[in-house]
Design a protein around this ligand. Structure first.
Ligand code: ATP
Length: 255
């Protein structure tokens, strides 16, 4: 419990829009090592929630507790992958992956960092692409580079904002397998924003449905009743069909 992420009665309104908060009295708890998906209609505040967790914005009211953060600085302790992959087009895959070490405090042995990145690229199915530029890669490969760079920023918590939204169904499925293997191997806490209910059901331990603004934002919090390892056919199990219907209804009702 001590390692849980805790958000308590948190509200956030953008400057100049104090009367219409994007997030209003939101509370949630996420256990260390959990994989939790956040779904919600467009504009319900999902990306804003991630920016608050990453420390890029400060709550207007309420608190966010990340128990492992020592000095209050979240940069480098929370790995945040924004909706757009933001790979630098003028830098190679290797140079993009070197960014976190360039920002890190203290001197790092560059030769060693590069050797580690080469090993990671192999693990991520990207061997031979260290010197390629982002626009020479497929969508799935770009996302893997962006995820690797996110991982290299370190930290216990990974915030992934619709990482697979733009991928075709087959690539998406491969990326799911790969992400789950990675998550199981690293034991990190993952928060994952998606619009794809099936994706949320197959990947997550829990799904949190964020409803748009209002005075007291209610969160639906559902545990996914599936063992691991999971496979795509599980989506047809009666408990999942029922849960999917419920989520779709809630999502449409709250628009
Ligand atoms: N910098 C900003 N200044 C003012 N309003 C903003 C800003 N960024 C976002 N908003 C508003 O806050 C609300 C929530 O935006 P947010 O991006 O968090 O939603 P979301 O749930 O992630 O949406 P989507 O699913 O479309 O990505 C929206 O109404 C948006 O217009």
């Amino acid at each position: 419990m001590d390692n849980d992420i805790t958000i308590h009665n948190m509200s956030y309104a953008f400057p100049g829009k104090r009367d219409s908060p994007v997030l209003s009295n939101v509370s949630m708890r996420v256990a260390k090592g959990e994989f939790v998906s956040i779904i919600g209609s467009s504009g319900s505040g999902k990306s804003t929630l991630f920016k608050l967790l990453a420390g890029l914005l400060d709550p207007t009211h309420g608190t966010i507790e990340l128990p492992w953060i020592q000095d209050g600085k979240r940069l480098g302790q929370v790995a945040y992958m924004p909706q757009k992959d933001l790979l630098l087009s003028w830098r190679t895959v290797m140079e993009n992956c070197l960014l976190p070490s360039e920002f890190a405090s203290g001197r790092q042995d560059k030769v060693r960092v590069q050797a580690d990145i080469l090993a990671d690229l192999e693990r991520f199915g990207l061997s031979g692409y260290a010197h390629a530029y982002p626009d020479e890669l497929s969508g799935g490969m770009r996302q893997r580079v962006a995820l690797l760079r996110t991982l290299l920023t370190g930290g216990q918590l990974m915030l992934l904002d619709e990482p697979f939204g733009a991928l075709d169904a087959l690539t998406k499925r491969e990326m799911h397998r790969w992400l789950i293997e990675l998550w199981e191997g690293l034991g990190k806490t993952v928060l994952f924003i998606t619009h794809d209910i099936e994706e949320a059901l197959l990947l997550s331990d829990r799904i949190i449905l964020l409803t748009p603004g209002g005075q007291n934002q209610q969160l639906e919090d559902m545990t996914v009743p599936l063992p691991r390892p999971r496979h795509s056919d599980m989506i047809y199990e009666p408990a999942l069909v029922q849960m999917r219907r419920l989520l779709e209804e809630q999502l449409h009702a709250k628009r």
